[in-house]
Design a binder for this molecule. Sequence first.
Ligand code: MD3
Ligand code: FE
Length: 208
Amino acid sequence: MTDPADPPEPSRRIRGVALYDGFLSAAGQARVLEDLRAVAKAAPMFAPETPRGRKMSVRMTSAGKYGWYSDRRGYRYIDRHPSGTPWPPIPDSVLAIWRAVGSTRRDPDCCLVNYYGEGTRMGLHQDRDEADFGWPVVSVSLGDEALFRIGNTTRGGKTESVWLRSGDVIVMGGAARLVYHGIDRIRFGSSALLPDGGRINLTLRVVD
Ligand code: MD3
Ligand code: FE
């Protein structure tokens, strides 16, 4: 189901995950960032709580038909920001990335915007709150470098790690769609893209 009109060849493949190193130029990154500022203005970033009541260190917001959300009632997609306002549309600059490397058959329902400040991490997990795992997940990295860990489709076993840099795009499709993955740490201040440092990751997903 990964079927762009003219699919580019990834620079690397690790455990079925396709990596496009430096997919976005400096100008492309600046353009996406500008569009994300408007998203965060309409739908402010928040720190979700895990179902066990722990505050997550990553801050997030979303654009599109659905946003990803978590609180003591569980992980899920919701059709409004927690304030009650609808999620803003996914910017065209972001949809262009999905159409180039994800799919031209349909657009994503959700653009999750994760912000990593100093010390933020994301533990190993699977993305399985979506209805159809046949659709790929596309991720875009902006700002500080992050150590991304890729495991297996079941918990445990050997893992491989790779540093993601600003402008890198990765696509998880096929068997890689259900691999465990996480962010061990960021190199805070390694990029000058965000004035106050940190990292933004976008994940584009089909939900319904
Ligand atoms: C592999 N985000 O939001 S993106 C997430 O950098 C998430 O913020 C990380 O994991 C981040 O769920 C990693 C890379 C990624 C995203 C989705 C995947 C890798 C994936 C889905 C399946 C397999
Ligand atoms: Fe994930």
